[in-house]
Ligand binder design. Structure first.
Ligand code: SF4
Length: 312
């Protein structure tokens, strides 16, 4: 049974992405208001070895032999991948077993550490998050672990993006009322123009956020307005331009199991329809499994969006 590898799942920004999760569920330096996962269980900024990297590599080799296609191998998952001390080793070793490009999705919180930058420099693409250049806003949105400071993150991200040969696309998570004032946008634009970032992706809470009492989804018009006000010289796209989840063209030789569904919705709460696209099967086939999991009281469905999520 797979422990660390999930997918490949169709991703709005990456096409088909095979995920590698190096941290235990919800181990993160942040506890973001907009997170689509349950509250952070291990809130830490201490880098550690969480799993045996050679075991993960052997699982990865097995999955690569089983699937027919993936566009990216992506280090991400249910927490912050740079918390893993083994990230650099994993990227280097993965490059030895496949030509598939490697991406890391990071919240940027540890990018001030030279050893984290060194690991990230090996990735073909890095997707860092930066949602504000104001300490107070950053603290409010992300609830970082106690010793983390935004000024270190900003400087680390600047150094990294200038040195990185691959693509670095920053995600700005737009939280209406929190980080969308003219002052926020002006300062963020100035900062972005001082980095080597190659593009910007404006995201918003398209799935149910952790603090739905505070976080509201920005409308397509609000994201367009934000985009217009961002005075940067690099391409900017929005979540609504990437709404359609691409079809999964990768086939596994194994039949779909309950754990394939639970592993996906642990990371991405999804509807039957979305999962049918992800796994390349019919909606009815997915519904048979989700109904079974519901009867076992393992998952629940949001009545408004139809998204399934694991029961806490
Ligand atoms: S959104 Fe990402 S960075 Fe924020 S708490 Fe969730 S997993 Fe951590």
């Amino acid at each position: 049974m797979r422990k660390h590898i999930f997918g490949p799942v169709p991703s709005r920004r990456l096409g088909l992405s095979l995920g590698v999760d190096l941290t235990p569920t919800k181990t993160c330096t942040f506890d973001c208001l907009y997170c689509q996962l349950p509250q952070t269980r291990f809130h830490t900024s201490e880098r550690q070895t969480f799993c045996n990297p050679d075991e993960v590599l052997s699982e990865l080799k097995g999955v690569l032999a089983d699937i027919t296609k993936t566009d990216w191998i992506t280090f991400s998952g249910t927490g912050e991948p740079t918390l893993s001390k083994d990230l650099g080793y994993m990227i280097a070793e993965t490059k030895k077993i496949t030509d598939t490009p490697i991406c890391v999705i990071t919240n940027s919180s540890l990018i001030h550490l030279p050893e984290v930058r060194e690991a990230l420099l090996m990735a073909d693409k890095v997707l860092p998050t930066i949602s504000s250049v104001y300490e107070k806003t950053w603290q409010t949105i992300h609830n970082p672990a106690a010793n983390l400071k935004l000024k270190d993150v900003l400087e680390g991200l600047r150094i990294f993006t200038k040195a990185h040969k691959g693509a670095s696309e920053a995600e700005i998570f737009v939280c209406p009322g929190l980080n969308d004032t003219n002052e926020e946008l002006k300062s963020l634009s100035d900062y972005i123009n001082s980095t080597g970032l190659t593009s910007i992706y404006l995201n918003t809470a398209v799935r149910i956020p952790l603090r739905k009492d505070i976080i509201r989804t920005a409308t397509p018009e609000e994201l367009e307005e934000y985009k217009k006000k961002l005075e940067v010289q690099i391409p900017v796209s929005t979540a609504f331009e990437h709404m359609q989840v691409p079809k999964n063209e990768s086939k596994s030789k194994k039949p779909l199991e309950e754990t394939d569904i639970t592993k996906l919705i642990l990371r991405h709460p999804s509807s039957d329809e979305q999962m049918a696209r992800v796994f390349g099967v019919s909606k009815e086939e997915i519904a048979k499994i989700t109904i079974g999991l519901k009867q076992k009281d393992l998952i629940e469905q949001d009545p408004k969006s139809g998204y399934w999520a694991l029961k806490n």
